[in-house]
Write a protein that binds this ligand. Structure first.
Ligand code: PXL
Length: 295
């Protein structure tokens, strides 16, 4: 029966990813977003926390416990256990040294069929986050160079390519940055929050196929922290559930916009992140079900 086939496909296609980013105890970003979202999409989500913070760094006086010294021992133990990952997804990294350790982790755990997905979470609206300097941006570019897919926002893309950050520009400006990013090593790059000709969305370039792709969506008047992490998490989940990058980006963008809409509608909603929890029921649990229907 179809149900039986669906069940079999789900079991055969069970995926495990590892995500490497901080845990901000309050703030609805990084691991507190990635774990629930990717798990809800039916994928086992292993983690390496890069740091523990009381809140994300947009609050003042946040605590910060660096976990750089845990990365290598965790990686060593996992090697002994022979763990493998269908995707390695990195986000906010806690220190300059971690960029090197993450590159080593990639070398150790990259296989012929898994994907390295890097969200170089370090800046927005033309500015680096408080914990980082320009040298960190250069080191993050090395992490991006090893990736199959990178999803910087425009600020991060500019910092890594030594491009002037502009708020008014045309399509060619974005294409030039995408070419620079992939010339540095990433196979595919997608810039989020690209905005020109009255459109707003994600514009990407696949250097292996030499094709561009884009998905434009509604720009909502309010912006919240952690939306990049929501977007990346859904994108990684969708890719691991067998969707093409085009489709994964569309689903991730639509979900993120929906989260922003729900949050903006709520009176007195927390200003520090989006109410992604309320939208989780709208995430398809597993796209393997959809694939069972397609075949
Ligand atoms: O969502 C990006 C992010 C992740 N982690 C920490 C942050 C931020 C953005 O400010 O501060 C600690």
């Amino acid at each position: 029966s179809l149900r039986r086939r669906q069940r079999q496909m789900c079991i055969r296609d069970r995926k495990r990813i590892v995500t490497i980013q901080d845990i901000s105890c309050i703030g609805k970003c990084s691991l507190t977003v990635a774990l629930p979202i990717i798990s809800a999409m039916g994928i086992e989500t292993a983690i390496i926390p890069t740091a523990v913070l009381s809140t994300h760094t947009m609050f003042s006086d946040f605590t910060f416990k660096d976990l750089t010294d845990q990365i290598q021992p965790i990686s060593d133990h996992w090697k002994k256990e022979n763990f493998k990952f269908d995707a390695i997804y990195t986000g906010y990294l806690g220190s300059a040294e971690q960029t090197k350790l993450v590159c080593d982790f990639f070398d150790r755990y990259k296989t012929d069929d898994n994907i390295i997905f890097v969200d170089p979470a370090m800046a927005d609206n033309g500015k680096l986050y408080p914990a980082f300097d320009n040298n960190f941006a250069k080191l993050m570019a090395n992490v991006c160079a090893k990736a199959d897919i990178i999803v910087p926002n425009l600020t991060e893309a500019c910092l890594m390519t030594d491009t002037e950050y502009k708020t008014e520009y045309d399509e060619q400006y974005i294409f030039d940055i995408l070419h620079k990013l992939t010339a540095m090593g990433a196979k595919k790059a997608a810039i989020t929050g690209a905005s020109y000709n009255g459109k707003y969305g994600i514009v990407g370039y696949d250097s292996e196929k030499n094709t561009t792709f884009s998905y434009f969506h509604k720009k909502l008047p309010t912006s919240y922290h952690g939306t990049g992490d929501v977007f990346s998490s859904v994108c990684v989940g969708a890719l691991n559930n067998g969707l093409s990058l085009d489709k994964a980006i569309k689903i991730a963008a639509d979900y993120t916009v929906e989260c922003i809409r729900i949050t903006a509608e709520e009176k007195g909603a927390n200003a520090y992140g989006v109410n992604f929890e309320l939208a989780i029921p709208y995430l398809p649990v597993s796209y393997t079900h959809l694939r069972a229907h397609e075949t």
